[in-house]
Design a protein around this ligand. Structure first.
Ligand code: M6R
Length: 522
């Protein structure tokens, strides 16, 4: 209500990991006696065991409510209770706990990110540094099993034995959190439009300014293995193609959630490259930890400075997308793709600055909106496939992910050549195939895929910079760049398609249901 006033608050915007989304399952959660309230990011894996022998009266299905009650029944001061409870916890947590009696905010973390800022007048804890950067110039990054307590006047940190520790601050590099203003109401559209700026900033950072990446060291490896999740995994697929093309070195690409449970066949002559916008994705961090333990070397390609992933890696190559707020990654993706292309060129020691410079000077997202009439027609199809070959295959995966994520359309991205190995059976006159053709050496191959679709009554929307000999129902003409950049040029209309589609269906594209911006739990 508007009449509420407090100088100490906690809040939580994440989806419940246990129980359905409901008022009862929403944070904050309270101890039975009401002396503690808590917000928690993470998963308490042994919460069922913690309940055993205790008589907590619980009103939610969450692990977090068990956690706060478990803290409450421990003996000693609030700090001692938290320390004792955390010793018994299995899983991940970043917590902020309000102690009603002392009017203090306690915080702690293990395997989930937590950053803390304080300026002597006020303080804030958050699981994302960009939140703090809006209000403070610096922050402390909490390490696992560190604890703290703050009032509005002061802050103290403790180790797991309850001894006071000193921590060093990190200062925000404001450009890393840049949010170049344009007037769009939705962040997703704002971020789509920021892409030319982001790419030229990336170019400047790697070619016009001094930067700290030791490419000579990175060049010493015999092979490269990319690991990531979601959209970042797609940029890795391209990164591997670029390194194979320019450096002729062997590359592998793995999904982090698969890699961490595979039989690890690690090699010390291989560089493991982790790509992540947030640098806080649980599966990706888990892989980096595993690899580090085995003594192999890791490179983090991340957009958020001082993120947990950077801490795990030997080398860091930043992306410069600035703060990305919409859940669907757009500018962070193109920044990753462009940065990985730069990595491949720098590793090959054969950088054609002119080619990169011409691209960043001429690349634009102007006029990328989807024509209203075309959108009306696309909306009538019941099934949508995205197909492409080579780099366009990756774009088809990413284009489909965007449409699923923000417009909730059940669609799929596929390699063009795989289509007739099964999925072609689904094609009928209610099917739209969105085909990408930006690579001259594959032009005829994708044309024959298009003919296969048309022969089965399907319709085709073709995105290309070429003249084609096949008739298609719909066509989006792409601006022409060197073919390595066409993957960036061709994803923009697909990002716009997803955005415009979501708006037309009345969804908020910035906050897709069931999803979180950074997936800090497994
Ligand atoms: O922060 P990360 O790049 O590690 O996140 C990985 C994925 O969760 C992320 O790319 C996700 O797939 C995107 N939000 C999709 O748009």
């Amino acid at each position: 209500g508007n009449d509420l006033y407090s100088n100490l608050v906690i809040g939580h915007t994440r989806w419940a990991t246990h129980g359905k989304p409901s008022i009862e399952n929403s944070h904050p959660h309270f101890s039975e006696k009401g002396e503690f309230s808590i917000v928690h990011n993470g998963i308490i894996e042994n919460y069922e065991q913690l309940k055993e022998g205790e008589n907590f009266k619980l009103i939610s299905q969450t692990d977090t409510e068990v956690f706060v009650n478990y803290i409450s029944v421990q003996k000693g001061s609030t700090l001692q209770k938290i320390l004792k409870a955390c010793r018994e916890i299995k899983g991940s947590f970043a917590i902020a706990l309000l102690d009603k009696q002392s009017d203090k905010l306690f915080f702690a973390k293990r395997n989930s990110p937590l950053m803390v800022a304080h300026d002597g007048k006020s303080g804030m804890v958050a699981s994302d540094m960009s939140v703090l950067a809006d209000n403070y110039h610096s922050c402390w990054i909490m390490d696992d099993d560190e604890f703290g307590v703050m009032t509005n006047k002061n802050i103290t940190f403790f180790n797991k034995n309850g001894e006071i520790i000193k921590k060093n601050k990190v200062f925000f590099n404001n450009s890393a959190f840049l949010d170049e203003n344009n007037d769009e109401k939705f962040y997703m559209l704002r971020e789509i439009k920021q892409q030319p700026f982001v790419l030229s900033q990336t170019y400047n950072r790697y070619f016009r300014e001094e930067q700290n990446v030791d490419f000579d060291k990175l060049r010493e490896f015999e092979s490269y293995h990319f690991i990531a999740c979601g959209t970042a995994y797609h940029s890795c697929l391209l990164g591997a193609k670029y390194i194979e093309k320019y450096c002729r070195r062997e590359c592998k690409v793995s999904l982090a959630s698969e890699f961490r449970y595979d039989n690890l066949l690690l090699s010390k002559s291989c560089l493991y490259i982790f790509v992540s916008q947030s640098g806080e994705t649980a599966d990706t961090i888990a892989c980096a930890k595993l690899i580090k333990k085995e003594g192999a070397k890791c490179l983090a390609v991340t957009n958020v400075p001082y993120c947990s992933l950077n801490n795990e890696c030997d080398f860091i190559m930043p992306t410069f997308a600035g703060k990305e707020i919409a859940v669907a990654s757009t500018k962070a993706y193109t920044a990753q793709v462009f940065t990985l292309l730069i990595l491949a060129l720098k590793l090959s020691d054969n950088v054609d600055n002119k080619m990169l410079e011409t691209f960043v000077e001429t690349f634009t997202t102007a006029n990328s909106e989807i024509d209203e009439k075309l959108l009306d027609k696309i909306l009538t199809f019941k099934k949508i496939f995205f197909i492409g070959r080579g780099q366009d295959y990756v774009t088809s995966l990413e284009g489909a992910l965007k449409l699923k994520e923000v417009a909730y359309i059940n669609c799929i991205g596929m390699a063009g050549g795989e289509f007739k190995h099964g999925s072609l059976a689904l094609v009928d006159n209610e099917t739209l195939v969105i085909a990408l053709s930006t690579q001259m050496y594959l032009k005829e191959k994708i044309e024959s895929n298009i003919l296969e679709v048309k022969a089965r009554g399907g319709s085709v929307l073709l995105l290309s910079q070429f003249e084609h000999d096949v008739d298609v129902e719909f066509y989006i003409h792409l601006n022409k760049f060197d073919e390595d950049f066409m993957t960036i040029a061709s994803i923009v209309p697909l990002q716009r398609l997803a955005f415009d589609y979501a708006i037309r269906l009345g969804y908020n594209p910035d906050k897709p249901r069931n999803l979180a911006k950074s997936v800090t739990v497994e």
